[in-house]
Design a protein around this ligand. Structure first.
Ligand SMILES: [Zn+2]
Length: 481
């Protein structure tokens, strides 16, 4: 290029050889210098880059160190406030700003809170208490009481022994977090207050393991000199107005049935069964009138027929079923409550059976056994049959106080695995019935476990038999001693 230009610019002038040589060298030298310059520039740029990179690296390392320190600090901070509930050490309880108790945290924390003692709350709020360990009742009474009995505008809660249910103003509630029953104290999860009570605030500081319950102030009515609190109530309203309660003889407030409370606990139903009370819980002379014992050693005479047999007029029955009046009425109450609890499939299969009926049944079984095994003597066949069917005069179905019921009509031990059976296990006594042939008592009753066979004795004795774990034979022997 240059040469061309020189030549063009040079016009007609021609260079001498030396001149040309000099020029060529100079150009070459210039080009080399330029090249070197370029190279140096490149190197400088590269070095600059190296320096910047090195600085960046230093900055990065410093940043990482600072970040690591910060992370450690945060980590340590978080370790002292773990997400999992504190399950060791003590929980301190405050009610209305006052420390009330300390309790081992272990077993008293829930996933997102803690348990607190409802008895403490009751004391804090001045609730009235009644019932017993089986069914603890706490009452919030309003002033003034509407009646002389002090049962005016009140609200109540009953804690049942199964810990999973409570009755609030007559309504039964199944709890998501079961209560804790410790001695005569009930412990409930703080969610319970949030869900079912108003006028209270409850908080649990998991880090410090402090649970606080306090009344909520009514900001409109409170002044700086005096605090007016919101009324504490249970969120569920009562199902039956107290004014409609029948107060003649039986206290039905919340369907409570007040019976000899020193002897047996108060009984609660979700249905209004007050009209059945005199049958379920016979009083006076009638209390012991149903303790008759019929078994292989205590025969009932062939001509014994109860004078007060009535037909059972409810339930899904196969054929006509008869029972004595007290047993029938009590069974009707039991079925009413059963349906209230959501069990609709229960049926009564058999009640009163007269001597002739039992005799025929027994005889037909004997014939069946003898034709199945022709070598059997009649006595041997009777012995075989008596293991599963009562000999005439030894069946308590003849008393009119016994019945068979289940949810299929099959009358098998499978019934013992049903929710209906478990309900009966817990509740039958309240209606005056006992499971007559319990498991493990075969040696005494002489009859295999029959989860379907119930016997009316009245609530007083039914409760005692239920609580003691005795069968009727043992209980009667114990009464006499
Ligand atoms: Zn039976």
């Amino acid at each position: 290029m240059r040469q061309q230009n020189s030549q063009n610019n040079g016009g007609s002038r021609r260079y001498s050889r030396e001149e040309a040589e000099y020029l060529r060298r100079r150009r070459a030298a210039e080009e080399m210098a330029a090249e070197r310059k370029k190279e140096q520039k490149k190197i400088r740029r590269r070095e600059n880059l190296k320096i910047t990179g090195g600085r960046l690296l230093v900055f990065l390392i410093i940043f990482l160190i600072i970040a690591a320190i910060a992370a450690t600090v945060i980590f340590i901070a978080f370790c002292s406030t773990p997400d999992a509930p504190k399950t060791s050490g003590d929980i301190t309880y405050y009610y209305g700003g006052k420390e009330v108790r300390r309790q081992k945290a272990e077993g008293h924390v829930t996933l997102d809170g803690a348990y607190f003692c409802f008895n403490d709350l009751s004391e804090y709020l001045g609730m009235a208490e009644s019932g017993n360990a089986a069914e603890m009742k706490f009452i919030i009474r309003r002033e003034p009481a509407k009646t002389s009995e002090g049962q005016g505008d009140e609200e109540y809660i009953v804690f049942l022994t199964d810990a999973k249910r409570v009755i609030v103003n007559g309504q039964e509630i199944k709890l998501e977090i079961p209560n804790l029953l410790e001695g005569d104290e009930v412990w409930v999860a703080i969610d319970f207050i949030r869900d079912y009570m108003s006028g209270l605030s409850v908080s649990y500081d998991r880090n410090r393991a402090v649970l606080k319950v306090a009344r909520v102030a009514d900001e409109e009515l409170s002044t700086k000199d005096s605090i007016v609190y919101m009324p504490v109530t249970f969120r569920l309203s009562r199902t039956d107005p107290l004014d409609q309660a029948d107060r003649t003889g039986v206290d039905t407030s919340g369907f409570k049935v007040d019976i000899d409370s020193l002897e047996i606990p108060a009984v609660w139903f979700s249905e209004d069964l007050s009209s059945y009370e005199k049958y379920m819980n016979p009083q006076g002379e009638m209390r012991d009138a149903f303790l008759v014992l019929v078994n292989s050693g205590h025969r009932i005479s062939a001509d014994s027929v109860p004078g007060d047999l009535v037909t059972v007029t409810y339930g899904n029955m196969s054929g006509t079923v008869q029972l004595r009046e007290f047993a029938m009425m009590s069974l009707e109450a039991l079925f009413t409550e059963l349906r209230g609890a959501g069990f609709f499939g229960m049926m009564v299969d058999s009640g009163y059976r007269d001597y002739a009926y039992q005799s025929n049944i027994f005889e037909s079984y004997v014939q069946k056994e003898m034709s199945a095994s022709p070598s059997l003597t009649r006595a041997a066949a009777e012995a075989v049959v008596s293991r599963y069917s009562a000999r005439p005069g030894t069946s308590e179905h003849q008393t009119g106080l016994a019945l068979d019921m289940d949810n299929t009509g099959a009358l098998t031990v499978d019934f013992a695995d049903t929710d209906e059976y478990r309900w009966l296990e817990q509740n039958a006594w309240k209606f005056g019935f006992i499971l007559r042939y319990p498991e493990g008592k075969e040696d005494i009753t002489g009859i295999q476990f029959e989860p379907w066979h119930y016997r009316f004795v009245g609530r007083y004795h039914a409760y005692k038999i239920h609580e003691s774990g005795m069968c009727l034979e043992e209980y009667l022997a114990d009464l006499k001693s």
